[in-house]
Design a protein around this ligand. Sequence first.
Ligand code: HEC
Ligand code: HEC
Length: 255
Amino acid sequence: MSEAHAGENFSAKSLIIIVLLSIVGLVLFLVLIAKLANSGMQVDAGGPTMTNEAVIARIQPVGVAKLDESGPPGSRNGKAVYENVCLSCHGAGLAGAPKFADTAAWAPRIAQGFAKLVEHANKGLGAMPAKGGAADLTDDEVARAVAYMGNAVGGKFTEPAIAGAGAVAAGGKVDPATKGKEIYSSVCMACHDAGVAGAPKIGDKAAWAPRLKDGSEAAIKIATAGKGAMPAKGGYSGSDEEFHAAAEYLINASK
Ligand code: HEC
Ligand code: HEC
């Protein structure tokens, strides 16, 4: 009887000890977790233990700032967008991004089809922020970069045309009145509408006359190469033929 009593006493005591030890253990565990979380924030930039969030926070501002130098918004091609934005993660495969030209990493993704890939790249997926963090990219610019990356692993994707699709017949002449006007409105207008940076204004015959004295072809040639504050092709990244159509449109409206 007394033995059983002692046994009861013992188990009640050990229960209290176990409960106390568990509480102490839990507190220690929480303190440890908090310490780990803090040290994660202060981790060395080059360290291998950076969280995806930390990697992404460091990468985004760099890419977005450099993108602006590659051409007017909307007109940047897949290569330019890739090199200025996507490369920061996809170049080395940071944060779990499928690496550029890594066929094995891309194969299951490519299998989803171009439309799905473009949708994911525009809306974001997992650790990948929408548009790779460059919110000012147009959906088409992102799609061009997806095509550029996809084609590097054997995809057969076509980059969406610059300044609207469909107006350029393959190998055909680019029409200044439609396509030229479209490119003018999306690229050249930024300077030539108001005469920014000394650009001859559209429709300003006096400003254009001296530039057209050797004919419009000579002026277009100069503009293709760039002159003074006018960047080569006005920063337009499409074909020479398309630029030519935009210049024709501009000149036709100014003589
Ligand atoms: C901050 C890092 C980061 C940047 C910048 C970035 N990506 Fe990604 N990308 C990722 C990660 C991570 C994944 C994998 C996401 C997943 O599967 O959870 C990914 C996946 C993708 C995929 C595959 C989507 C799918 O359906 O499997 C495409 C396409 C893609 N990125 C395109 C782009 C393009 C285009 C850009 C540039 C405009 C870009 N990415 C910039 C991190 C990035
Ligand atoms: C960033 C501003 C800017 C943009 C964008 C721009 N231009 Fe210009 N453009 C200029 C300036 C400035 C000049 C005058 C350069 C000079 O004479 O020093 C000029 C001159 C020209 C000329 C005359 C060249 C000559 O013979 O003097 C043509 C033609 C022309 N631009 C066409 C275009 C077309 C077409 C586009 C769009 C695809 C375009 N530009 C976009 C700034 C711009």
